[in-house]
Design a protein around this ligand. Sequence first.
Ligand code: ADP
Ligand code: MG
Length: 668
Amino acid sequence: MKPALALKTSVQYLKGVGPRMADRLDKLGIETVEDLINYYPFRYQNYALISPLNKLQEGEIVTVRGVIENIDNQYLRGAKTIQKAVLTDESGEIEVSWFNQPFLTQALKKGTRVALSGKVKNYRGKISLASPEYEIIENQAVSFQKTIHTGRLVPVYPETRGISSKYLRKIIASLLPRIKEKIPEILPVKTIIKYQLLARKEALAKIHFPENKLAAAKARERLAFEEMFFYQLKILKKKQARQKEKKAFVWKIKKSELNKKVKEFIDKLPFKLTGCQKRAVKEILTDMKKPQPMNRLFQGDVGSGKTIVAAIAALASLANGYSVAFMVPTEILAFQHYQTLKKFFTPLKIPVELITGSKKIISRKKVKIILGTHALLFKKKPFSNLGLIIIDEQHRFGVAQRKKLLKQISSGFLPHRLTMTATPIPRTIALTLYGDLEISILDKMPPGRKPVSTFVIPPSKRKKCYHWLKKEVKKKKIQAFIICPLIEPSETLTTVKAAKEEFSYLKKKVFSNLKLALLHGRLPGKKKNQLLEKMQKRKIDILVATPVVEVGLDLPWATVMIIEEADRFGLAQLHQLRGRVGRREEKSYCFLFAQKAGPKAIKRLKALTEIHQGLKLAELDLQWRGPGESYGLKQHGFPKFKIADIGDLDLILKTRQAAAQNCAKIRE
Ligand code: ADP
Ligand code: MG
């Protein structure tokens, strides 16, 4: 005996499916009845306008209903055929034609009642329909609302080989009335009422067969709400769990004492802190005084001055007698930060340790800053006495690596955490992706920065551009970067090989009398540091590099950035690369080479010539490339939403609020 139909029933037992189609559906991720009703259309074909035959207007997309008067098959040249039919209703008749569907002469025999949907053509005053969608109306009494392929908003599904939208419509339409009452509600009733959402079973029926656009929108809204709600709930629970974690270190010094230290520290800087830097310092210090460990994301465009704010956070931990671990993604950056931090902390008699794959500078003192690359994760002795962890360019580290760092701790309390990123994150993404973190943002640059003049260079101007650069280097002693194409997302041998080739070509053929050097991720750490030092001492004119330089480099004399095959990068990423120049009063330039880019890519790149705010560019990336590509979301453990749009701020704010209201009540 057949088991009763349930949500968990395998689709192969449905009428019209069977093992072969079940296999194909499986490729779309559809195994059960529940999967099938949760397979949403991505758009609707609007065939809702129903018209008598004598009222048809050229260009309209309509549905007509009538009787096939006659139909025949005509042969064209080649193996092509055309099916010509005449349709009549009470008001008149029209001609209808299809191509290469000879079976239609059997399916739509003379006398068949049909509904046809398509675009109205007018050829020399003769109205016709070409290749319309058809649906046989078996029972004359059936109203139009009961049709599924015509006469309504018709769902269009993501298809795969052997599974057409028409097929999906058919099986879903016959399934829905049988299963609808078995679809459980999963949102709290209060939430449904408060946000005026459709019941789940209504939403699932209407997402497939809405009576109009409004109904489709309401269905979509409800299902998106549900999806985002459960995600936000998960995040909130994570946050709650964190608040119950081990405590942070006990704050020992007086508030006034720390304020004095911070003030002295700031007074010694060669510049004044910007307003947003001050605000970030305040947010961080307030957090650090709380008994729960801080977990804060610190976002600021390249060059916005995050390092100094991090240094002040470090100072607060150090002043309390607790060490600081500062993890950065590359050796070069470690080395650069080492120099910066030493300048700040040597006068305060606080040692800075450096631990990278190739270099170790260790101090015996108990309270110190431990700066390092991934090498910190493999330290033999665990950290003791750690008050604060700072992670720079956090997007360069995976979730697992960040967790591993926390495991390296042996003290009885948890350190505060400050993760920094120059990747501009639109607010919607921040609220979802980092919904469990506090966020500080540097939204203004230190004064005096000039925007980097940016140009998209067509292939014909490449030579001229090189020539200009040659003269500029000679005349002004400036330095330049040439970034090699991004061949693969990570630094592989292929990428390195391409960089080497480009380097030797440029060195021999283009800039033969300038000093060129090559930097790529596979160079030994020592070599990288040497290169950086040479750049700083201006012993190198042009640094040819793979995109590794994206991360944090601060070289004041570099004023020209050339990026090969710029169209392979996201806008925010290009903006980061561009941020390597323009750090001095001297005017800076960025040239985007896009040898093979089409007009669409060029248009996208042009945005960089006008927009100089990372956040705006990130939002454009989100529009153009979608969230997955723009943020490497998978790597962050970010779910792929089926229906919720993570660019929809309203949805995100509402579901966060709703999740917060339900958080305490819902148990897992
Ligand atoms: P990022 O946020 O990209 O890490 P950095 O911390 O490297 O930026 O800062 C970039 C440059 O700006 C550094 O040379 C730093 O000394 C300088 N800087 C930071 N804050 C200010 C400020 N308030 N005024 C002027 N220059 C500043
Ligand atoms: Mg930085």
